[in-house]
Design a protein around this ligand. Structure first.
Ligand SMILES: [Zn+2]
Length: 65
């Protein structure tokens, strides 16, 4: 067991305007996107992962009906 190495977190932090709550987007099984859903209305959010992508770890999400 190797310990002490920082691994990239498999989650993004999301702020849902709609719900007024923080949530998380988990990395997909394929590793090509983060997906989460709004705790209030259930809207699915996905953030593709790819070269040239942002290093931001948190995002504000606004659900549009
Ligand atoms: Zn919502």
């Amino acid at each position: 067991m190797v310990r002490g190495l920082a691994r990239p977190t498999p989650f993004l932090r999301l702020w849902f305007d709609c719900a007024g709550l923080y949530g998380r987007a988990a990395r997909s099984v394929q590793g090509d996107a983060y997906t989460g859903c709004c705790p209030r209305c259930g809207k699915k959010i996905s953030f593709p992962i790819g070269p040239g992508g942002t290093m931001k770890r948190s995002f504000r999400v606004t659900c549009t009906p």
